[in-house]
Design a protein around this ligand. Structure first.
Ligand code: SF4
Ligand code: SF4
Length: 351
């Protein structure tokens, strides 16, 4: 049975949050809703046509639905003209909890989605407190069941993965690695560049890198015909090209020293999420990585995260016509990078 000691709130510590009026960015991602949620039946009775099954086909996504989007690519169909939720009182659990996300692994961990711009120093909700409210929203028997299942899965990993390393050790290793990381523009690997280009070239709007500006505009970036276009996306899915850069002119840029501090803080947060470690185990199982040290694999995956972050920060700086990546660009790049993570299934046992 799960107890409070199985729940880790550490990544939420020190953060404060206040939802921004007129933002609605988190409603631009397909909102997940689960059959066991207390509002599932209520919403179903109100509008059965609003549900869509995740089309991924992964068994972990059984019993998980999303709400349809306006014209298939805009915001959730319940987001009205004033960017307010039409079913606010009965909205899905994840709609209530964003930007708190959670992951069931060898324990249950709560962590923030940094794609949200509502973090602030002002008088506002403490994220750990909010995390505890999130936990109170999920039926205790449900938490225990999911935690028991995910723990059982994690305890089978030493048999399934050659050169198994426990998650706590991997996390410690990654955190030490972040402290030693260097950001050299000339060192970005071909594999990271290919992944960056693939992400930017996706035909589906929902898969493109999403971004929330300081003015709370929703934007996506798309690589097409040799240009990277910055595109405004509105609630109903209409788009408008704002500007563009020639892709071949995009150079990988150096960071200012303040920028380096900000990015290290963010990467440290990512390294301490159980979600990232889950991804590493998932890959190790898929690739049957015999001979490869799991710790090396974790580091190379993390290096890719760093490189793609570097490319995205350079992209934003290029649009701003800045020669270097400054602190402000890094803060924006965090929103852009995490906007991509926010579109992935938000919680679960991904193994
Ligand atoms: S992204 Fe953050 S600030 Fe914007 S609506 Fe969602 S929770 Fe509020
Ligand atoms: S149900 Fe409401 S809160 Fe949830 S994504 Fe849709 S509009 Fe946003």
């Amino acid at each position: 049975m799960g107890t409070m000691t199985d729940i880790d709130f550490t990544p939420l510590k020190g953060l404060k949050f206040n939802c921004l009026e007129g933002c609605g960015f988190c409603c631009s991602f397909p909102a997940e809703v689960r059959e066991w949620e207390k509002n599932f039946q209520v919403i179903l009775e109100k509008d059965a046509g609003a549900f869509r099954k995740w089309d991924d086909g992964h068994p972990c996504l059984d019993g998980i639905y999303t709400f349809k989007q306006h014209n298939d690519r805009g915001a959730c169909i319940f987001l009205n003209e004033n960017k307010r939720c039409d079913i606010y009182d009965i909205r899905a659990l994840l709609c209530r909890t964003f930007p708190v996300k959670f992951f069931f692994g060898w324990r249950l961990q709560l962590y923030p989605s940094m794609s949200c711009r509502g973090f602030s120093e002002d008088e506002c909700s403490d994220m750990v407190h909010l995390g505890k409210e999130v936990m109170a929203e999920i039926p205790a028997d449900r938490i225990n069941k999911m935690l028991d299942e995910s723990k059982a899965m994690y305890s089978s990993l030493p048999e399934r993965i050659a050169n198994y390393v426990p998650p706590e050790i991997l996390q410690k290793l990654l955190l030490e690695y972040v402290d030693k990381m260097v950001f050299e523009p000339w060192n970005i690997s071909e594999a990271s560049i290919a992944e960056f280009e693939a992400e930017l070239s996706s035909g589906k709007f929902i898969d493109l890198p999403t971004y929330l500006t300081e003015d709370l505009e929703w934007q996506v970036f798309k690589l097409e015909d040799g240009f990277v276009r910055r595109i405004l996306l509105n609630r109903t899915g209409e788009t408008e090209n704002i500007d563009r850069i020639v892709y071949s002119n995009l150079s990988v840029k150096t960071f200012s020293s303040e920028a380096l501090e900000t990015i290290s803080r963010y990467l440290r947060l990512l390294a301490s999420t159980d979600h990232f470690i889950g991804v590493v185990y998932h890959k190790a199982i898929e690739q049957k990585a015999d001979g490869n040290q799991l710790s090396d694999m974790a580091i190379s995956e993390f290096e890719k995260v760093k490189e793609i972050f570097h490319l995205k920060a350079s992209l934003l700086a290029e649009f701003e016509k800045w020669e270097h990546v400054n602190e402000k660009t890094v803060e924006d790049a965090i929103v852009l990078y995490d906007g991509y993570l926010a579109t992935l299934p938000a919680f679960g046992m991904i193994l």
